[in-house]
Design a protein around this ligand. Structure first.
Ligand code: ASP
Ligand code: MG
Length: 415
């Protein structure tokens, strides 16, 4: 017998028929003698539809009411799935995030979980109940409902696995696992058998949408064995765990990419010790989130600063910098739109020199111009033109031999 937390995403519970199908799967796991907590998302695209309803009323809804609205999506699913389980003779009970003891910080729209009072859940699990918990939500100390940020149901599942000391957390979704890169864009993408927490965290933060970054962070911090697999087909998924041996000695495990990147250049800033802190505190006070930053000195008295932002913050960024032109004493402001960030990720690069060289050579050989670069211990990101994005990913996928991952057919798995 094991204690298992299973999470089913929006597409997996997108219709009554799909909910009945998930109920069959859960009923089988219960029949096999396991203790089960199920975490679900809102049905299909219903969270987006709720956002749209709010926008039809006001462009500026209060964050508290937004949370009140959005959390109803998951409540529909928990009630329906619980009914479907009860119809099958499974002793199931539904819980909102607050009822499940999920206490968050006081931050509507993107709250972090502070603690989980799991006494009630543990009691019910021990009494043989199957618990169906609404993902993506919690409550703050004063009882107000909060949400954990879009895609946050993954985090609910991992947090509940940690709090109930579950043997594992299984995330069921519309893909069959974590891939070397997005298979919707790159035909040669391969499913990984395993990936480390750190690699997955980089991939998730770099825009690989398969898991919510905070869920990975949680799994790493609390040592929760995590699995991503399909809710539709019975196929072995991907394990996310602490130590992963590098398949076939590959130094790179995956390639993440995202478009809508814009590069801003502030040219001719005075070469003074306070220029950089002044510039970035102005940006931060306007809520501009900066990614890659490059500084270079172009004469004794001046530096140029380039940084990347997402396309949607371009207007605010330009406006606040133009406004601060006198204070910052820069000469000119430029921006370049329609860029993309392509990143290679792998723990193997810590101990293998030449990874960046291979990346840059492969891109250059294919006439892909690199506009910015940033690195961490286990990733190298290059900003390229959006038109080159998919080609860059394909070229790097070949250069790092990622199509050699798991060439053999996946074994079947019983779920
Ligand atoms: N329903 C929420 C969303 O669409 C949370 C989730 O699905 O994880 O973002
Ligand atoms: Mg998701």
């Amino acid at each position: 017998m094991a204690r298992v937390v299973q999470k089913y995403g929006g597409t997996s519970v997108g219709s009554v028929k799909k909910i009945e199908n998930i109920a069959n799967r859960v009923a089988r796991v219960v029949e096999d003698g396991n203790e089960v907590v199920v975490v679900v998302s809102a049905m299909g695209k219903s969270t987006d539809q709720l956002v749209q309803l709010a926008n039809d009323i006001t462009k500026n809804p209060s964050k508290r009411e937004m949370d009140m609205l959005l959390t109803t999506g998951e409540q529909v699913t928990i009630a329906l799935l619980t009914m479907a389980l009860q119809k099958r003779g499974v002793d199931a009970l539904s819980y909102t995030g607050g009822q499940a003891g999920i206490l968050t910080e006081a931050n509507h729209g993107n709250a972090r979980i502070r603690e989980i009072d799991s006494a009630r859940l543990n009691e019910q699990l021990e009494a043989g109940k199957v618990l169906v918990v609404a993902g993506f939500q919690g409550i703050m100390e004063d009882g107000s409902i909060t949400t954990l940020g879009r895609g946050g149901s993954d985090t609910t599942a991992v947090a509940l696995a940690a709090a109930t000391k579950a043997d594992r957390c299984e995330i069921y979704t519309d893909v069959t696992g974590v891939f070397t890169t997005d298979p919707r864009y790159v035909e040669k993408a391969r499913k990984l058998q395993a990936i480390s927490y750190d690699e997955m965290l980089e991939m998730a933060n770099l825009g690989a949408g398969v898991l919510h970054p905070r869920a990975v962070e949680f799994a790493k911090n609390y040592d929760v064995p995590l699995m991503v697999a399909s809710s539709m087909v019975e196929e072995t998924g991907t394990m996310i765990e602490e130590e992963v041996t590098v398949e076939k000695n590959l130094v790179v495990r995956g390639i993440a990419f995202e478009n809508d990147v814009t590069k801003i250049t502030v040219a001719g800033l005075p070469n003074r010790i306070d220029s950089l802190p002044k510039l970035f505190s102005i940006l931060s006070s306007h809520g501009v989130n900066v990614d890659i930053i490059i500084q270079n000195q172009y004469d004794a008295n001046h530096v140029n600063i380039s940084f990347s932002i997402t396309q949607c913050s371009l207007k605010d960024t330009v406006a606040c910098l133009e406004q601060a032109k006198e204070e910052l004493e820069f000469e000119t402001l430029h921006h370049e739109e329609e860029l993309a960030k392509v990143s290679i990720v792998g723990s193997g690069m810590i101990s293998n020199p030449g990874v960046a060289a291979t990346m840059f050579e492969a891109l250059a050989k294919n006439d892909i111009f690199i506009k910015m670069v940033s690195t961490s211990e286990i990733k190298v990101s290059a900003v390229v033109s959006e038109d080159d994005m998919v080609m860059a990913v394909e070229v790097l996928h070949d250069a790092f031999k990622l199509d050699e991952v798991l060439a053999e057919a996946p074994e079947k798995q019983l779920v």
